[in-house]
Structure formats: C-alpha cells, structure tokens
Design a protein around this ligand. Sequence first.
Ligand SMILES: CC(C)(COP(=O)(O)OP(=O)(O)OC[C@H]1O[C@@H](n2cnc3c(N)ncnc32)[C@H](O)[C@@H]1OP(=O)(O)O)[C@@H](O)C(=O)NCCC(=O)NCCS
Length: 188
Amino acid sequence: MTGIGIRHYDHHDAARLRPLLLEVYAEAYADVIETDPFASVDRSAEGLVGWSAKPDWSCVVGHDSNGQAVGYAYGAPLPADARWWRGLLTEVPADVVAETGTRTYALSELMVRTPWRKTGTARRLHDALLAQRTEERATLLVDQTHPKVHALYQSWGWATLGDLSPRLPDAPLFHTMLLPLPDQVGPR
Ligand SMILES: CC(C)(COP(=O)(O)OP(=O)(O)OC[C@H]1O[C@@H](n2cnc3c(N)ncnc32)[C@H](O)[C@@H]1OP(=O)(O)O)[C@@H](O)C(=O)NCCC(=O)NCCS
C-alpha cells in the first residue's frame, strides 16, 4: 500500500465535501450505525453540518494514488461559551475548562477506511490537521467502551482529563482528553 496525499479544507468547502465525508463515515462505522442511535449516519450528518458551519472549521482528507478518500479528520475551536464542557462529570478547577474562543481546538472526528487501518494513515491525518492550528491545546472525546482507541490516543500524547457525557439523546460516556499543541505556525 503506497502513501497518501493529504488535502486541507475549510468551511467554504464543507457543503461540497459533505457527501464524501458521510460515505466514509458509513463505511468506517458500518459495524455500529444500525444498532447505536448516537452513531447513526443521520446523527453524524447533523454533527457535520453543525461543526462545519463554524467559520474556523478545518478538515483534512487523505487520498490514495487513485484519488479515492481513505479517511479524514476535522474539528473547530471551542467558543468562549463552549457547550463542550457542560457534560463534564469530573470535577476540575474552573480555569482548566475556561475557554476564550482561541484556546482549545476540538478534534471532532477522525476515521480511516478499514484497509487503511494500522498503516499510520490515522496518525498522519491527525498530525496534519493539528499542525495547522494556533490554539494552545486540543481536546477530543473517546467512547469509554473503546479502550483500545483510548490507549491509541494516549500513545499519541493525549492525557485523560475526566468523564464527559454530552447533553444529547443517547449520548454514551466518554473520556475527554487534552493534548498540548506546540506553537507551530504562529499567530494568524
Ligand atoms: C480510530 C482509528 C482512526 C485508528 O486507526 P489506526 O491508528 O490505524 O488504529 P487501529 O485501526 O489499529 O485501531 C487501534 C485499535 O482500536 C480498535 N478500534 C478502532 N476503532 C474502534 C471503534 N470504533 N470501536 C472499538 N474499537 C476500535 C481497533 O480494533 C484496534 O484494536 P486492535 O489493535 O486490537 O486491532 C480507526 O481505527 C478508525 O477509523 N476507527 C473507526 C472510527 C473511530 O472509532 N474513530 C475514533 C473516534 S474517537
């Protein structure tokens, strides 16, 4: 399997990208989309519309040598009044979850098609997305019933902050994690 090319997108590209992102989602989550209402394609589409409407939404898509999408990652900065932390169940000092609008980048989705698992592609997409960010840190949620994914993120440098369950119907219990971001590209 040869290497992939990575393309960067922003919210202007979102409407055009949406069908492709949902197609990859349906394949990457094929094992759970029928049984887990939180993981349904419709819920994913709602999430994608919400996230990609944010002006600072960013996305990377990996393509193989035939131009086929092999996976993607996207996210956006948390706003100052971030709903993200309202589902936090672990007590932490208030300054840990104080947002400014430019402090924390939320990595909302990362997935790769099955043939591209265990090839380093997921890590490359993750690194490419975060390398463009100017926030001081990133956050993500990982389902607590997926300990191997949690361990994978730990191996990539993420630290667990606590338990979080978004205030949304059927939401599972997540670990919320943080990753410090180096000042790679300077202020925009
Ligand atoms: C998460 C992901 C991007 C990581 O890709 P990768 O770096 O190539 O790593 P792997 O695919 O080998 O995953 C690491 C381990 O986690 C497990 N895993 C991955 N996704 C999982 C999921 N959604 N549910 C349960 N276990 C999962 C894998 O089976 C693997 O376990 P193994 O080593 O026993 O085979 C990729 O597995 C994926 O696209 N998964 C589906 C989407 C997903 O869960 N995204 C993460 C949301 S926080």
